[in-house]
Design a protein around this ligand. Structure first.
Ligand SMILES: Cc1ncc(COP(=O)(O)O)c(C=O)c1O
Length: 451
């Protein structure tokens, strides 16, 4: 490693508190200092290239530094950088809100910067809306087992991943948790749809008993990504939609990870033909360039806030709400996500699936699954350090992959080409065999399952 690389690592360890990380692990596992990115490739300070096979935590859609998004940002920076959105408005936020409304069938876009903030906004809006119509008792939430909706205190309340949540349990107001429709949970002989129906029945029973105290059901449509790319049948969403209507409970679709083409359609709810009451968007919204999130809802919800009384308004705010640069990046990303781009993704997905058959057939991989531009397998390993050792072996092969526990997954940018697909599959396989063959690292006691 060059002295430039070494120096960046030392300075980063001393000055930066890295996310989702036990910092002590970096005593044995070096950070990767990235100095350049182009398309699907990242380059470190030594000039080594890595394929960004997880789209930098699922945010990048059309590759790094896409010329169209860059040009849009340059143009916007020449005109208007940022203004507060309370009492002021600007063209990028108006245009983005109009276009998101066209795409989602919902409206009144409310903005923040991160996915977790979008979750908070949707939860607050839902409960406040019920309060505004004289039903203040409806302020509880129900969520799915193993669900993930972010890590701020409110969002953790509807997140069911102990690794992220347990330390903060005393701070939380936990939602009720119902069975996940994860198709992997099915008994032998039970197919994904039957599994979805079983989970829907549990939800049905729960809502029948508790709807009077429940504001909303929050779900990640079709893929519970942080749970290990747990995929489920669209039947569950259809049943959940009908049940929420029946019981006057809002349906919040957290499409932070699945939105913007990741599921194969623009939104995973569209795969299931379901219209939620709230949609939470972030990650791919700006094509992986700038932080931005949005919550859109129905006219019916919006109207419950529209009043002469300020206290009935939604008085939530963030300083950077509706930042013009981020909105411009989102508009440029939406320009790229055409019907033709979705069609091209289908062809790319077919080619990647064909190339990845070698993984489907690997004797140590089970539960091969794919939706849109997401692929996942579960590794037959009980080594708690598998994810960390695999990550390291993949980096050696010029691949950025971070298994979730023992789930190996690919979530590449949509612009991955055949050469990169071959590099991905070859490297993933090589890293797998090396990790399974090698003896567990002496850091086996470290946290096992980081996304
Ligand atoms: C479904 C889902 N919701 C919410 C979040 C939180 O988003 P952020 O990390 O931007 O706060 C994530 C992040 O992975 C997510 O996958």
């Amino acid at each position: 490693m060059t002295s430039r690389n070494q120096s960046l690592l030392q300075r980063s360890r001393a000055a930066v508190w890295h996310p989702c990380t036990q910092m002590k692990q970096h005593e044995s596992m070096p950070l990767l200092p990235i100095v350049h990115a182009e398309g699907v490739w990242l380059t470190d300070a030594d000039g080594k290239r890595y394929l960004d096979a997880i789209s930098s935590w699922w945010v990048n859609l059309f590759g790094h530094r896409h010329p169209h998004i860059r040009a849009a940002l340059h143009g916007q920076l020449e005109r208007l950088d940022h203004v507060m959105l309370a009492g002021l408005t600007h063209e990028p936020v108006i245009e983005l809100s109009e276009r998101l409304a066209e795409w989602t069938g919902l409206g009144h876009a409310f903005y923040a910067s991160d996915g977790a903030s979008a979750t908070e906004i949707a939860l607050k809006m839902s409960a406040h809306s019920w309060r505004n119509v004289g039903r203040p008792r409806k302020n509880g939430f129900v969520s799915l087992a193993h669900g993930y909706h972010g890590e701020t205190v409110g969002a953790l309340g509807v997140t069911d991943i102990p690794l992220f949540r347990s330390a903060y349990a005393p701070l939380l107001r936990p939602s009720a948790v119902v069975m996940s429709p994860d198709a992997r949970g099915a008994q032998p002989g039970v197919d994904a749809k039957a599994q979805a129906e079983q989970a829907a029945r549990e939800l049905e029973g729960w809502l029948a008993a508790h709807h009077q105290d429940t504001a909303a059901l929050i779900v990640e449509p079709l893929v519970q990504c942080a749970a290990g790319m747990a995929m489920y049948h669209p039947h569950y969403l259809q049943r959940a939609r009908a049940l929420c209507y029946r019981h006057d409970v809002h349906l919040i679709a957290d499409e932070i990870a699945t939105g913007f083409g990741r599921s194969g359609e623009r939104f995973a709810c569209q795969v299931a033909g379901v219209q939620p009451d709230f949609i939470c968007l972030s990650k791919g919204l700006t094509g992986g360039t700038l932080p931005l999130s949005a919550v859109l809802t129905t006219d019916a919800v919006y109207d419950t806030f529209y009043d002469d009384d300020s206290a009935r308004g939604f008085l939530h705010s963030h300083s950077y709400t509706g930042n013009p640069l981020a909105c411009r990046a989102a508009l440029a990303t939406m320009d790229l996500l055409t019907d033709a781009a979705l069609e091209k993704n289908r062809a790319t997905a077919q080619r990647l699936s064909a190339a990845a058959q070698v993984l489907d057939q690997h004797p140590h991989l089970v539960n091969a699954r794919q939706l849109g531009m997401i692929w996942a397998w579960d590794v037959l390993s009980d080594d708690p350090s598998f994810a960390r050792r695999y990550h390291r072996a993949a980096l050696e092969r010029g691949l950025l992959l971070r298994p979730i526990g023992t789930t190996l997954y690919f979530m590449p940018p949509y612009v991955i080409d055949d050469e990169a697909i071959a590099h991905l599959v070859r490297g993933a396989l090589g890293a797998l065999d090396e990790t399974l063959d090698g003896s567990p690292a002496d850091d086996a006691a470290m946290l096992p399952a980081l996304a």
